[in-house]
Design a protein around this ligand. Sequence first.
Ligand SMILES: [Fe+2]
Length: 293
Amino acid sequence: MTYPVDMSITPEVSAHFDEATNTITYMVKDPNSDHCAIIDSVMDIDYAAGRITYDAADALIKEITDRGLVLDWIIETHVHADHLSAAPYLQQKLGGKIGVGEKIMVVQETFGKVFNEGTEFQRDGSQFDELFKDGDTYMIGTMPAFAMYTPGHTPACMVHVVGDAAFAGDTLFMPDGGSARADFPGGDAGVLYDSIQKVLSLPDEMRLFMCHDYGPNGRAIEWETTVAEQKANNIHVGGGKTRDEFIKFRTARDAQLAMPKLIIPSLQVNMRAGEIPADQDGNPMLKVPINAL
Ligand SMILES: [Fe+2]
């Protein structure tokens, strides 16, 4: 696959860091128009209380409305397991199309079973407005963007590239953070390594924006790096580490990781494009499957 890289376009990128989940949401704006996109939004949840709020999404909505911008796209790089998406709330307030990788269907099939969803839960990706295939292009105002299929962390992961900016989703973390885990159902360390190589085959000067940062070894939170920096310094894949070395390391490391705190609510909501499921009477309700993950 040859991707339509165009380093001559420099989108304006603003980052919103969510402290509760260490997620970075991006607003990507066309420098030549008022159009923008949001990548990986966050809906706030107090899981212990079963309470949902929209502080993070409201901050984004304020930025976009204060500046008089038009929201073209609400992109999910993948079905996140560590935070809930605010995509439907943003769409209701601002419009825009919700897009995700077409392999969402595989994720819906897997977790439809885990959560014992009935036939009313469609496994065809129809909850989303757009299902991206590898190399699919779309427009943010006058800027062309494309989706790059990067499975491994999940089967539906995509990296989105807009001009000289790539949104890495959960493939790479900052160079001192390494890479995303590959042990969720449908994950695969070798496949993740191959996807990371695809990302690293983008131009050296490509700006890379991470979806998460945990501030390893006490450093301040960061989210922006470049392909060249990752190739040279990434602790999991930099400096020419081989596929076998990566698989061995990643598999051993993943075996020691606990499940993300919000995996149970996140999957149920995010596999529905951010909609909260309802019980048979139509009340918003989440399930907790026992010993199923
Ligand atoms: Fe993730």
